[in-house]
Design a protein around this ligand. Structure first.
Ligand code: ADP
Length: 414
């Protein structure tokens, strides 16, 4: 039986899904929240959703004490075993862990051993908000499920094919090398899933397809894919660069940082907070939620209209740039919360791109639903697809491929 448990460990949460790869479905999905908060007050939450073979679904929600991640994983294991959909953990082909940053070392999914764990730990300075939780998840799952292969699947790995002209920043060589400063790119797992899905839909081999993938969620990025390989992407050394996001600025003049530090008395920590948590849609109009931005714009709110305009214009510029990088584009692919569900945002991005030959059909755009929809006009230069992403399915697929193929690691040293 090809079943993989997929884990996504955050600083105060654990998301898990039991994926059945034979049938391509999620059997159990769960969320553990508020880990380590208000210990003793049963302030932790465990929500579990079961999907039975006959189509029935059930939900459960409990308030528990979850003082640390190890407790969270133990509770997850108990709930998984009690629910009846996973009798024995040894039925699992693997546990697949989402790891945000694979740095220069990890260019594909790898089975975890002490050396891999040390490698992921060594990348903590590059991803201080994400990699520590992944390490905790890997250690906890290893202790809890001995004998089940643990596989790390990296969000950066898909972008390991970027050419130097795309990943190098124009900074002094010694600094770049010593501090590992380069563009890594993120959202790779989602890009891999949706590009595979797009290739199936288009009935073309992925390695012949040129795509521009717009992953528009709370975090947002654009990726240029040539022959199935990432050749450029808008997120950089960190997930802060590129598009306007929910609360992240995306591209700004780097001199603004030193200017603010000198004139607004901001520390490096203040600046980081400002750019990551107080900027983007939130900075422009006070709301980081696109649904609310759209609602307010409908009501004639000028700040919300401006926020959408800046968001869409930035995305449009990246589509133009990546069209130039690719030459031939077979499809634009919209995905994630905004990309999949916000037809007015897709319209705002694509209007004005007719000069490049991209043309949206308004009725098809408004009706897009399900796994894959086509929303271009018949005379568009490329297809425009809306594809529902499924990162857990992709992590499960890569984890299984890793344990079955035994593939391991590494980008060449620079
Ligand atoms: P995350 O990056 O946290 O996984 P998601 O992919 O869930 O985020 O995307 C969240 C964003 O998607 C939010 O800005 C939310 O407002 C937006 N979104 C979700 N559903 C809709 C919808 N129906 N219409 C407009 N925006 C939506």
């Amino acid at each position: 039986m090809k079943r993989v448990l997929v884990l996504n460990s955050g600083s105060s949460s654990i998301k898990y899904q039991l994926i059945d790869l034979n049938r391509g479905v999620t059997a159990v999905s769960g969320l553990i929240e508020r880990v380590g908060e208000n210990i003793g007050a049963r302030d932790g939450r465990l929500t579990q959703h079961l999907h039975f073979d006959d189509g029935k679904e059930t939900d459960s929600r409990e308030a528990l004490d979850i003082p640390d991640h190890a407790t969270g994983f133990r509770l997850m294991a108990e709930h998984l075993q009690d629910c009846g959909l996973l009798k024995d953990f040894h039925d699992l082909a693997a546990v697949g862990h989402r790891v945000v940053h694979g740095g220069e070392r990890f260019s594909r999914a790898v089975q975890v051993d002490e050396a891999v764990l040390a490698g992921i730990r060594a990348l903590v300075p590059l991803a201080p908000l994400h990699n520590p939780a992944a390490v905790t998840g890997l250690e906890s799952a290893r202790d809890l499920l001995p004998g089940v292969p643990q596989v790390a699947v990296f969000d950066t790995a898909f972008h390991s094919t970027l050419p130097a002209r795309a990943y190098e920043y124009a900074l002094p060589r010694d600094l770049r090398r010593r501090h590992h400063i380069r563009r890594y790119g993120f959202h790779g797992i989602s890009c891999q899933y949706v590009s595979r899905r797009a290739a199936l839909h288009l009935e073309r081999p992925l390695d012949e397809l040129n795509l521009i993938v717009l992953h528009l969620g709370n975090g947002a990025s654009v990726t240029a894919i040539e022959g199935g390989r990432s050749i450029d992407t808008s997120m950089g050394m960190t997930p802060l660069e590129g598009l306007v996001m929910g609360s992240r600025s995306g591209d700004i003049d780097p001199a603004i940082l030193t200017y603010l530090m000198a004139h607004a008395d901001l520390s490096p920590k203040d600046v980081s907070r400002l750019l990551n948590r107080e900027s983007g849609l939130k900075g422009l109009c006070g709301s980081n939620d696109m649904r609310e931005v759209l609602r307010r714009r409908e009501q004639g709110d000028a700040e919300a209209a401006l926020a959408l305009d800046v968001f869409a214009y930035r995305a449009r510029k990246y589509i133009g740039a990546y069209t130039a990088a690719l030459g031939r584009v077979d499809a634009l692919v919209f995905t994630a919360g905004i990309g999949e569900h916000a037809s007015p945002v897709r319209e705002a991005i694509l209007e004005g791109l007719s000069g490049l030959g991209y043309a949206l059909d308004r009725a098809r755009n408004a009706q897009a639903t399900g796994e894959v929809s086509e929303i271009q006009r018949d005379d568009s230069r490329a297809r425009v697809l809306v594809v529902a992403t499924h990162e857990e399915m992709e992590i499960a697929r890569q984890a299984l491929a890793c344990v079955e193929g035994g593939v391991t690691v590494a980008l060449p040293e620079r």
